[in-house]
Design a protein around this ligand. Structure first.
Ligand SMILES: Nc1ncnc2c1ncn2[C@@H]1O[C@H](COP(=O)(O)OP(=O)(O)OP(=O)(O)O)[C@@H](O)[C@H]1O
Ligand SMILES: [Mg+2]
Length: 262
């Protein structure tokens, strides 16, 4: 059964999609069966993995309202172990259309439950909001990964997300736990990056991944070629950092199957 990880932060441009795409590609390179579910109408994760969004007929949008449509909507990528449930711009309407559904917070959960046996990891990329689509993603996952950009006010932005996480866990999805906070766009020439890192590590301790993702131009170039960075420039520091994050997640004791006590 897949480990389902939602990547969320209501702040825009913090590295959610870059992390989804490159963590997914790194896990797939290690021969883990990975599904990326793109829940952002901007569809950046889909296009960043080479999907021509204008040609997509079945997307996460159709799957939300008919979970059986999910298996038809899942498509392959340039990597054998990596598959995508793409987004299309019409997903923007789902925010309102979902609100009329009885199980409106759990529509994506039904999609995940239908496909999780086929994968080792399912990564869900969220839009930059805490609307109903993000709530669906938080209700469909077991783990929350929070990308945090190393910049001023990083901690302020995370407070609202933690509040939402707490509410979802209390009322909707008690199984949701924080997998980790990931420092992104770390710039070692900038003292601010080190200050933010110290503050975040002091406050969240063990919950912060050891791996921090550096600011790296290869990571920002790769999506325009429709490729994850590992296929664009495997030796770049950005690629190597995401490989190291994937390793950290694969080895994370909390993600191992429960060992039965003797
Ligand atoms: N480590 C990095 N080094 C350099 N550029 C990066 C890095 N991470 C992300 N970027 C760039 O920063 C921009 C924002 O990143 P990304 O799209 O991953 O953020 P996001 O949180 O998904 O944004 P949104 O909230 O709009 O969905 C993109 O142009 C991306 O290429
Ligand atoms: Mg994004």
């Amino acid at each position: 059964m897949a480990q389902t990880i939602v990547l969320a932060n209501q702040k825009g441009g913090v590295g959610k999609t870059t992390t989804t795409v490159n963590l997914a590609a790194s896990l797939a390179a290690m021969e883990r069966r990975v599904l990326v579910i793109d829940c952002d109408p901007q569809a950046n994760a889909s296009s960043g993995l080479g999907v021509d969004v204008s040609g997509v007929r079945n997307s996460v949008y159709q799957a939300l309202f008919d979970p059986r449509a999910a298996s038809r909507a899942i498509i392959g990528s340039d990597m054998d172990f990596l598959k995508i449930l793409p987004a299309t711009p019409d997903l923007v309407g789902a925010e309102i259309e979902l609100s009329g559904e009885r199980d409106r917070e759990f529509m994506l959960r039904a999609v995940v439950q239908g496909v999780e046996k086929d994968f080792d990891y399912i990564l869900i990329d969220c839009p930059p909001s805490l609307g109903l689509i993000t709530i669906n993603a938080l209700c469909a996952a077991r783990w929350l990964l929070v990308p945090l950009q190393c910049e001023y006010y990083a901690m302020e932005g995370i407070a609202q997300l933690m509040k939402t996480y707490g509410l979802v866990k209390e009322r909707l999805n008690p199984k949701l736990d924080i997998l980790g906070i990931l420092l992104t766009m770390f710039d070692k020439r900038n003292k601010l990056s080190f200050m933010v890192e110290r503050e975040v590590r002091d406050h969240f301790g063990e919950l912060v991944f050891s791996t921090a993702i550096p600011r790296n131009v290869r990571l920002s170039e790769a999506p325009s070629h429709g490729l994850p960075a590992i296929l664009y420039d495997i030796r770049s520091l950005g690629t190597q950092s995401y490989i190291s994050l994937a390793q950290e997640i694969i080895e994370c004791p909390r993600l191992q199957p429960q060992v039965q006590e003797a």
